[in-house]
Design a protein around this ligand. Structure first.
Ligand code: N01
Length: 875
């Protein structure tokens, strides 16, 4: 074996990642070696040779694209190629680019230690050599370390023992044998039909049923082939910017919005296509449990229709996790295999394995157990996914910390590529990157390209070639890494993924910390982020060379992912600026936009009515009554819209939501709009609404004396000012004030105006348009316009104030919360991280707003709880 004492790069793993990275490194003239435990290339496709092993992404897409020649020189024979064919593809690539010569086979990296003084990694192999290198890359794959089966007696069986992940190269003949399969994940589901075709008896031990969709394997998709033949570059570019790494339009169909017949028709259409297309059948299945369950039931119907024995069928129906939150399986004849007379399913939920014996498996209890005798046991029990192979090598970074220790509570990475404390250490498709939620071929190429750029940069800025000091080091900052972890979690938390006990969550390995390991934000958005990091001068990285050093500390994504998506979508619509319109046009525009939103939750009753303004002018209100038994406390709510726009319709979904969450009557009260009625008309209308509602509380089905005010934006300004007026007038008594992103100071010169004045829907220029229509400059410091500037802020009702990070009004809301507290009022300030001025009211659009709306509902409930307690004490 060739050993180079001092290399530019050492790569562990000769799967697709290692092969492509080796090529890129060599193209740049980097001295590079790949260490590979196997005796050939292929990685996962080298090891997983069980019968039926295939990919579950169409192979036309599971293709490396870095060289256009690959598009014509390699042709896939099937829609989902077999493991031998994919392995041949890896060998073809290794041969074509002369990569075999750069790989040390049957060589396992055992230990890697960063030498701070020499700015090098020392990598020790199981052959006893130590290789020294500038950059160390783990290209070890996400599903490469088999999980040790956590089953009593698993090493006791004296018959044949096989692991799907380590299937013998010479193949296995199960003809005439009594065979057990433990596990029903993708590996088992692909192999069971083929094992059943050979075995005399096949017994499947299932702990958790999985959803499986038919593959309908056959010839490669002609439409895709034609698209690729027409313009491969365009097709591959589309894949790179897609969500999952495969080109295609996302559906606009939401399961919940369709009738039963429409939903079933769409489902049948996608079932007939088969495979992972089912993940895109409706656009709400990964974010709504209700939508997901509608789909699950349709799949369960299919299982029941295929499997003849109803008990077996029911046992095969997954019921403990939403579809898609565990990797769905793609099969050929899986469910039908259970109709064969020699195939039996043992449901470990009812009859758990007690032990594996020398001759078989025992299940159930001592009193009611069953003993099975086997010739062969196949473990299809999965992997220590995403992190197992990484911490499986003893990697020690700066200051003697090991990766294993550092990740003891879960992996922490920046972009899934790098980790604090481990300079010049890169992970291809590491935790925190799209990896297993994407077409791996696309993700691998993107990571390899990024790492290549990073390594080239280190050589360039270090002035390599100038001797031992000629390389720079790169390491992420704590800030960047921590924020990336937060962003990865934010993305996961708006989906249903965290619900399942999946290997995505580390839940399949006893003792492994529970956290969502891949990045669910999508391949395209992730690529944009990685590119942006570089374009912004390696944002979030410390890069040090002998003669230069930079620490470009910072955070790449702070906006909530769903808020970001809505902003991006709005940007693509190129909507006209509201401030370029007349108020009339702006109102029409707003009504048209309102009509396109989801309606919000159902409430008990909605009643429209009128109340008199102070001068007797009738103003309208809309009352939302909870479905629960009344009487209820009442909230007088003022809509947003900058005193110029808005009405009951504009805030209808938010009012419904508030009604359900607070279990209070919401009276959305109108107030006259500018410029027709300028300041202070709206303020006095607000007071009139409060007075009228307080007086008519009983008639409205409310509880007298339990009246709160609430509002959003300009409406929150009216609510806040109404509280001042009611205090000064000696009533009506207000139980509390809920102010969502309130206007409290019209001076518009805060830092948040400067930071967030553009790009977050409510812009500084729109705010100026509103203000100019509403109020003369001379009046803007009036406490009835800018309640923050009031001389007396004492004796106001308890307040809950919600401010949003990316809102020009953030600082004035925060200042108002502080000022109210300083004046001795009870104040609860909620700061919504990653949100904008408008995002919390986007009911059923922005999922990350739900927890804040829940807090708003709780705040209203607590106002009324306190009001009723003090009324009781007073009585
Ligand atoms: O592993 P798994 P896999 N007692 O973890 C069961 C990819 N892949 O190798 O769910 C009893 O999914 C375990 O039960 P439970 C793909 O991403 C792709 O099948 O923990 N049972 C489960 O049923 C896939 O998701 C393809 O209750 C035990 C099974 O073993 C990933 O690899 C093909 C047990 C493990 O299922 C992993 O798939 C194959 C115990 N003690 C794999 N311990 C393609 O098509 C575990 N189990 C591309």
């Amino acid at each position: 074996m060739a050993v180079d004492a001092d290399l530019d790069v050492v790569i562990v793993g000769a799967g697709f990642s290692g092969l492509y990275l080796l090529k890129r490194m060599r193209d740049l003239g980097m001295s590079t070696r790949v260490l590979e435990a196997a005796d050939d290339v292929g990685g996962t496709w080298y090891w997983n040779r069980y019968p039926g092993a295939r990919c579950d992404i169409p192979t036309t897409d599971y293709t490396l694209s870095f060289d256009p020649a690959l598009e014509t020189e390699w042709t896939w024979s099937e829609k989902y190629a077999t493991q031998p064919e994919i392995l041949r593809y890896a060998q073809f690539i290794a041969t074509k680019y002369d990569l075999y010569s750069g790989i040390d086979f049957v060589t396992r990296a055992e230990q890697a230690t960063w030498d701070e003084a020499a700015k090098r990694w020392h990598v020790r192999t199981d052959r006893g050599e130590t290789i020294t290198c500038r950059n160390y890359v783990m290209a070890t794959g996400c599903l490469s370390l088999p999980k040790v089966p956590d089953i009593e007696g698993h090493d006791r069986f004296s018959g044949e023992v096989y692991f799907t992940s380590r299937w013998p190269h010479e193949g296995v003949d199960l003809t005439g044998k009594r065979v057990a399969v433990i596990g029903t994940g993708s590996s088992a589901i692909q192999s069971i039909p083929l094992m059943a075709a050979q075995a005399d008896k096949l017994t499947v031990f299932q702990r958790t049923p999985n959803f499986s969709i038919p593959a309908y394997n056959g010839a490669a998709d002609q439409e895709r082939l034609a698209q690729i033949a027409a313009d491969a570059a365009v097709y591959r570019a589309e894949a790179k910017l897609s969500r999952g790494g495969v080109p295609g339009e996302a559906t606009l169909l939401a399961a919940r919005a369709l009738t039963d017949d429409e939903r079933r028709a769409r489902f049948e259409e996608v079932w007939a296509i088969g495979g992972l297309e089912m993940l895109g059948v409706f656009n709400d299945i990964l974010v709504s449990e209700e939508a997901n369950e509608l789909l699950c039931e349709l799949i369960r119907e299919k299982i029941r229709s295929i499997v003849h024995d109803p008990v077996t069928a029911e046992a095969l129906c997954p019921k403990d996790h939403p579809f898609g939150t565990k990797r769905p399986c793609v099969d050929t004849n899986y469910y039908a295999t259970f109709n064969l007379p020699h195939v039996r399913l043992v449901d470990l939920r009812t009859d758990p394995i007690t032990t594996i014996t020398e001759t078989g498996i025992e299940t159930g209890t001592e009193a009611d157990g069953e003993t099975f005798e086997f010739d062969a046991i196949v473990f299809a029990t999965g992997f220590d996914a995403m992190t197992g192979a990484l911490v499986g090598v003893d990697i020690t970074g700066r200051d003697g910390h090991t990766l294993k220790e550092q990740w003891a509570h879960g992996p922490a990475t920046y972009l899934g590529l790098t980790t604090v404390g481990f300079p010049n250490f890169f992970t291809i498709t590491g935790p925190g990157s799209p990896s297993v939620l994407s077409n791996m071929a696309v993700s691998i190429e993107q990571h390899v390209d990024w790492v290549t750029d990073a390594i080239a940069h280190l050589r360039d800025v270090g002035g390599a070639g100038a001797g031992t000091d000629g390389w720079a080091t790169i390491e992420p900052t704590e800030t960047a890494q921590t924020a990336w972890g937060v962003h990865v979690n934010d993305c996961a938390n708006i989906t249903l993924y965290p619900i399942a006990n999946s290997w995505y969550m580390g839940a399949n390995v006893p003792g492994k910390p529970r956290m969502f390991l891949p990045y669910v934000g999508g391949v395209g958005p992730y690529r944009v982020i990685c590119d942006e990091v570089v374009d912004k001068g390696w944002l979030g990285f410390r890069i040090e060379a002998t003669h230069s050093s930079q620490c470009n500390d910072g955070v790449i994504r702070e906006i909530m992912p769903d808020v970001g998506m809505v902003l991006e979508m709005m940007a693509t619509l190129e909507l006209p600026l509201v401030e370029s319109m007349s108020p009339e046009e702006a109102r029409e525009f707003m009504s048209a936009s309102s009509a396109m939103r989801p309606p919000g939750p159902a409430v008990g009753e909605i009643v429209d009515g009128t109340f008199p303004a102070g001068d007797g002018t009738p103003l309208t209100y809309r009352l939302y009554r909870p479905a629960t038994d009344g009487p209820h406390p009442v909230v007088v709510y003022f809509h947003g819209g900058g005193w110029v726009l808005g009405d009951h319709e504009s805030d209808d979904p938010f009012c419904r939501d508030l009604c359900v969450r607070s279990n209070a009557i919401i009276v959305s009260a109108d107030y006259r709009h500018a410029p027709e009625a300028r300041f202070p008309v709206a303020v006095h209308d607000g007071m009139a609404a409060l007075t009228w509602v307080a007086e008519h509380a009983t008639d409205l089905g409310g509880i007298p004396g339990q009246v709160a005010v609430a509002g959003w934006s300009a409406g929150a300004n009216i609510a806040a000012v109404t509280a001042h007026l009611a205090r000064d007038a000696g009533g009506p008594a207000i139980s509390g004030q809920l102010l969502l992103t309130p206007v409290t100071d019209l001076s518009t010169d805060s830092a948040s105006y400067i930071e967030n004045g553009e790009g977050y829907v409510l812009t500084a220029s729109l705010m100026h348009w509103f203000t100019d229509h509403y109020i003369d400059p001379a009046d803007r410091t009036s406490p009835l316009a800018s309640p923050l500037l009031a001389a007396d802020l004492a004796n106001l009702p308890p307040a809950t104030i919600i401010t949003c990070q990316f809102d020009p009004l953030r600082d004035e809301g925060t200042a108002y919360a502080h000022a109210l507290a300083e004046a001795g009022n009870e104040v609860h300030h909620i700061s919504a991280r990653g949100h904008t001025h408008t995002s919390l009211t986007m009911v059923d659009i922005i999922i990350s707003g739900v927890s804040y709306r829940e807090q708003m509902g709780a705040a209203l409930r607590s106002f009324f709880d306190r009001a009723s307690t003090s009324a009781a004490v007073g009585a």
